[in-house]
Ligand binder design. Structure first.
Ligand SMILES: [Zn+2]
Length: 476
């Protein structure tokens, strides 16, 4: 009997042998590339393959040691932290007795990084790469990453990839991309992608004609893994299904999704259409590779490198199981420290242990950006799903987006096959008011298509109501 695990994969599928080509790329070419870039990626990943099975106490000692080193370097080499520690009387030599000692330090957010961009660079930092992110959230951020951190972030992603019996060098389709990132795809990048057997499909160009072409390219490519936004992969899956096109006969083992909340029906759609497991990943350029799902379904934190705290409105740490804002400290970020960095995402630390035997602690399902939450007029905070349920049950509904402009006003954009008449408008308005308050002005607008954010990501719910009071909300 075939059993379906909670990641959607048939548990008894035999593993085909990994190809010689993949072994050469993973064991030789990729390590060579990393060496040329002076990254320690290979060494870091090998060590991580070991530490993930360490007893929790030993892992904890490693993290404490690394935290002490990070804070000591911040104190001695980073002007912003030197001044801050002096001001609050914090001494990394004396005050880091446990990971909980971190809570004495203030939170770091995007506004602070913007204001102290120069003062956050370590004076002894090596070569730094400049990044910017967050354009779609309306909070752009420029920050810097040293080679140590790049190596650790790449190694963490590589390790989690290998949990799924796929590796760098296996044929891969990547559905991604802001136009900016794609513009940087020069000739060298194209050659690299060919060698690594990675093909990029632009996520922000999901027209009907392009979707047909995407389906054809995936079929021709027969990738072993997919990588992309859950919205983009499920969109392609739905399109293939509507065309009666099979995609589960290509040998795809796993679809890695990241960067957006993964909804249950997206997971089911991707697993069904592509006949593969779905592995959720959580992190970002700014915060690092925070957590990744294993084949047993556990959302394992990259604990060697990242300390995750869940905090309440006042920035106080909450116990495992409690929901709050996810705050991270990146232990390999000494060149430009991310210490107690507010991600703006909402989640909880897991109280469970995973069946896979890895001792890495886990997050519960990420509930989404704080802007995915809506606030009712009476102050009740709810996940956007509360309204998503109303819309997706409507006959002929092809797409929608909910924009909470203020406590008094919400807009609902719909892409719909049937006429948007008074009855339907009334039904949607009634549903929105039932949850957000009887006095809310609701505008229902018919649109041709829901525009993705500038990054190519789709967001079904966007709230512009002040995020400060949202934590503690339970997902419906
Ligand atoms: Zn696990």
């Amino acid at each position: 009997m075939t059993t379906i695990s909670n990641t959607g994969a048939p548990a008894s599928t035999p593993l085909p042998p990994r190809s010689l080509y993949t072994a050469v790329v993973s064991g030789l070419l990729f390590p060579l590339q990393e060496q040329i870039k002076r990254h320690s990626t290979v060494r870091v990943r090998r060590r991580m393959d070991d530490t993930e099975y360490w007893p929790p106490e030993r892992l904890e000692r490693l993290r404490l040691e690394r935290l002490r080193r990070l804070l000591l370097r911040a104190q001695t080499q980073v002007p912003y932290y030197r001044a801050l520690f002096a001001e609050i009387g914090f001494d990394a030599r004396r005050d880091v007795r446990s990971l909980a000692g971190l809570a004495r330090l203030p939170l770091l957010d995007k506004a602070l990084i913007r204001r102290h961009s120069a003062g956050l660079r370590a004076e002894d930092a090596g070569e730094l790469a400049r990044f910017n992110t967050g354009g779609s959230s309306g909070e752009p951020l420029i920050f810097y990453i040293g080679k140590e951190r790049v190596s650790h972030d790449v190694a963490a992603k590589w390790r989690a990839t290998r949990w799924w019996d796929v590796d760098i060098g296996d044929p891969e389709i990547v559905v991604w991309g802001s136009p900016i990132e794609l513009g940087a795809q020069d000739r060298a990048r194209a050659v690299r992608d060919r060698v690594m057997r990675t093909m990029l499909l632009p996520a922000f160009e999901m027209s009907e004609a392009n979707l047909d072409a995407f389906v054809a390219r995936i079929r021709a490519r027969r990738p072993r893994m997919l990588f992309g936004y859950p919205s983009a992969l499920s969109h392609i899956a739905r399109h293939a299904e509507s065309r009666g096109q099979r995609m589960d006969d290509l040998g795809i083992r796993v679809a890695f999704v990241t960067s957006e909340r993964l909804y249950d029906e997206q997971r089911a759609q991707i697993a069904r259409t592509f006949g593969c497991a779905v592995a959720n990943g959580y992190g970002g350029r700014d915060a690092g590779f925070i957590a990744h799902q294993c084949p047993h379904g556990g959302m394992h934190i990259t604990a060697e490198d990242i300390i995750v705290e869940i905090v309440d409105d006042e920035g106080r740490p909450l116990p495992p199981g409690a929901t709050g804002e996810i705050v991270v400290t990146h232990l390999a970020s000494g060149d430009f420290p991310f210490i107690r960095y507010r991600t703006g995402d909402v989640g909880a630390l897991s109280t469970r242990q995973c069946g896979c035997g890895r001792s890495l602690p886990m997050l519960e399902e990420i509930q989404g950006r704080s802007t995915d939450f809506l606030v009712a007029q009476d102050g009740t905070v709810m996940h956007g799903l509360a309204l998503v349920y109303i819309l997706r049950d409507i006959e002929g509904m092809k797409g929608f987006k909910i924009i909470q402009e203020s406590l008094q006003s919400t807009r609902v954009q719909v892409v719909i096959d049937v006429p948007l008449d008074d009855a339907l408008t009334g039904h949607i308005t009634h549903g929105v008011r039932a949850r957000l308050g009887a006095g809310v002005a609701v505008a229902v607008e018919r649109v041709e298509a829901i525009a993705p954010e500038a990054s190519g990501k789709f967001r079904y719910v966007v709230s512009k109501v002040d995020a400060a009071r949202r934590y503690g909300a339970a997902a419906p």
